[in-house]
Design a protein around this ligand. Structure first.
Ligand SMILES: CC(C)(COP(=O)(O)OP(=O)(O)OC[C@H]1O[C@@H](n2cnc3c(N)ncnc32)[C@H](O)[C@@H]1OP(=O)(O)O)[C@@H](O)C(=O)NCCC(=O)NCCS
Length: 173
């Protein structure tokens, strides 16, 4: 099966710790779920509120998947900044979709920028991907501004439940 084992790993990247969801303790899963179910994250997510059982099912699927990777990001003080992920990884075309959400219980500024830089570094430098894309609700201006700042361009759009979703992409070197 074609894939890079790094997507199943936890590692350090610069001053950050990337904890693969596959390596989290039960207590850490529960903390993660609390961050994931924060109203500000749910508002912009495609799947709404997630139960512990759904989360555990998702993790068992993640174990088997060669084209998805999810990491919890901590800084060097061990504080959780948020989560980043890659999905629909195409190991032939070297393309993927990325996702991220910040820890809304952490009052620090500019966490989004840190998370996006991390997932772009993983994509380009560690996995050698050539292109990353993402889907974002048209009303999610905070995220869209962030993506534009990092050079993402709108490539397409579609509607789901009367909400417009933009597909944005960026070519990597
Ligand atoms: C999207 C998300 C990660 C942004 O986190 P954040 O910490 O607010 O992000 P940042 O502050 O780094 O960047 C966002 C804003 O700062 C701006 N910004 C980023 N880096 C900047 C910089 N160096 N200088 C000035 N402005 C900057 C962005 O353009 C954006 O501007 P705005 O305030 O005018 O909208 C966060 O809101 C989140 O987790 N949302 C819920 C989940 C979500 O929407 N995920 C994306 C789904 S596609």
């Amino acid at each position: 099966m074609l894939f890079n084992p790094l997507i199943k790993s936890s590692f350090c990247l610069k001053e950050y710790e990337l904890w693969n969801y596959l390596h989290l303790s039960t207590a850490e899963y529960k903390s993660l779920l609390k961050l994931r179910n924060h109203p500000e994250v749910i508002k912009w997510s495609f799947s709404g509120n997630i139960t512990l059982q759904q989360h555990l099912n998702f993790l068992s699927d993640l174990k088997k998947s060669p084209n998805k990777a999810y990491w919890l990001v901590k800084n060097k003080e061990g504080i959780i900044l948020g989560c980043v992920n890659l999905s629909r990884i195409n190991w032939v075309k070297l393309e993927a979709y990325l996702g991220l959400f910040k820890n809304f219980y952490n009052p620090s500024k500019r966490i989004g920028q840190v998370l996006l830089k991390i997932i772009l570094d993983i994509s380009a430098d560690l996995l050698g991907l050539k292109k990353v894309s993402l889907e974002v609700f048209e009303q999610n201006l905070k995220a869209i501004n962030l993506y534009k700042r990092f050079g993402f361009k709108i490539e397409d759009f579609y509607y789901t439940n009367n909400r417009k979703v933009l597909i944005m992409s960026k070519n990597l070197k």
